[in-house]
Design a protein around this ligand. Structure first.
Ligand code: FE2
Length: 416
């Protein structure tokens, strides 16, 4: 478990994308050795001197100006990478459906991460919740803030991209009707998602330790059950915001708060593994290469998030924290290392090679699983989030709208 408290741009204003605004831009700065531009030119000239290399590329006689800091034809970007959006024409109906559903999912993800960030992020407002999360890892508040930034950027990018290609962006604001937590730190405004009572599917924990694949019929149970448990503090009576959070917790209030924080830890991993499967499932449906690039590039970040949270959640069910019991709900976080079982061992967080494609003589492969439309696709994702109780209290109109988007995305197909 790390205990560092890093300080960076994310501490200056989350979740409002300040990370980008305060980062040093690609400007030329004076250094001890001249400007960065001069340094880059020097490096480029070194490359030019490697004539055998250039000759191999048929470029030996190419005159390279000293200011040539952009890639030449030998390293040039493809047409898809350089075309302006205006020159690319309209998206196919399938690509539009994929991106619109992903925009909706990213808005949903953003909504839940903003709630976690308000209470438990690096500038979060609930000290006891932050302390309980930090018992999983000292960097939890930083990771929560960064994950929040990432989801906000995904949603904003996808909607902006849709507009740039002449397609309609997705707006879920009319569905921001669910209540906020009443605990210290939570803003009082309407939410898309409900974190106050979660049924967290833990089957991913066993699935990624198994050699079997749900796409090929395998069914998994989680190592224990999280049912009807909040992912964020409900109010300051239930969990006083300045309660100390020793490890292990010693009072009813501290046990309750630790159980809530542990639930959040597992919920983070659940959400992001869902994102990993969703993006994988949509890759084979894209037509436009740039849309494919977007799906793969954002999907990779969902995978990165999942790997991180998988590691942190394990600390709730390993010593010295394992054994916490919520005095209100009875939920217990067992010691998963006491079973001498590879399907529960907490440090086995990297995906076990498993069955992948149906076919004879294909060896096991370490992959995202599921990646099929049936089990990891858009409708499957909404169904899973619904069973998670993430949408508890949402209107019929909301379900109809997101289901319509999901069905259209799953129905997309590569048009080449
Ligand atoms: Fe995302």
């Amino acid at each position: 478990m790390g205990t560092r408290q890093r300080v960076n741009a994310n501490q200056i204003g989350v979740p409002n994308m300040m990370k980008t605004e305060v980062s040093p831009g690609p400007v030329s700065r004076e250094t001890d050795h001249g400007t960065e531009r001069e340094e880059a030119e020097f490096q480029w000239r070194n490359v030019v001197r490697r004539r055998s290399f250039l000759k191999g590329l048929g470029l030996a006689s190419l005159a390279v100006p000293a200011t040539a800091l952009v890639p030449t034809s030998a390293f040039s970007l493809t047409t898809e990478e350089t075309q302006g959006a205006a020159n690319k024409g309209k998206l196919t109906r399938g690509d539009t459906a994929i991106l619109r559903f992903l925009a909706a999912v990213e808005l949903i993800e953003s909504d839940l991460w903003v709630q976690y960030n308000e209470l438990g992020g690096i500038k979060g407002g609930n000290p006891s919740y932050i302390a309980a999360l930090s018992n999983l890892d000292g960097d939890m508040p930083q990771y929560i803030s960064d994950n929040t930034d990432d989801e906000l950027s995904h949603a904003a990018f996808l909607n902006a991209y849709l507009k740039s290609r002449g397609a309609e962006p997705v707006d879920l604001d009319r569905f921001r009707t669910l209540p906020s937590s009443k605990a210290k730190g939570a803003r009082q405004l309407g939410r898309l998602t409900n974190l106050l009572k979660l049924d967290v599917d833990l089957s991913w924990y066993t699935r990624y330790r198994s050699e079997e694949n749900p796409d090929l019929g395998a069914v998994f149970n989680g190592p224990f059950t999280i049912s009807g448990e909040p992912g964020i503090p409900l109010n300051d009576t239930d969990t006083p915001p300045n309660t100390p959070q020793p490890v292990p917790p010693t009072t009813a209030h501290s046990r309750r708060m630790q159980a809530i924080a542990n639930t959040a830890g597992f919920h983070f991993a659940y959400i992001e593994q869902g994102g990993a499967s969703l993006y994988a499932s949509l890759t084979t449906k894209a037509t436009d290469l740039e849309v494919l690039r977007i799906i793969v590039s954002i999907g990779g970040v969902e995978v990165d998030h999942f790997g991180l949270w998988h590691d942190k959640a394990g600390n709730a069910v390993a010593q010295p924290l394992a054994g916490v019991k919520d005095p209100k709900t009875g939920l217990t976080f067992p010691d998963l290392n006491s079973r001498a079982n590879e399907l529960t061992q907490t440090n086995l967080i990297l995906p076990e090679p498993c069955d992948f494609l149906a076919g004879e003589n294909l060896p096991p492969c370490s992959v995202i699983r599921p990646s099929s439309t049936n089990f990891g696709g858009a409708v499957a994702t909404i169904n899973s989030f619904t069973q998670d109780l993430l949408f508890l209290g949402q209107s019929q109109e909301f379900f109809e709208f997101v289901t319509q988007l999901a069905i259209a995305a799953d129905a997309a197909h590569r048009e080449i």
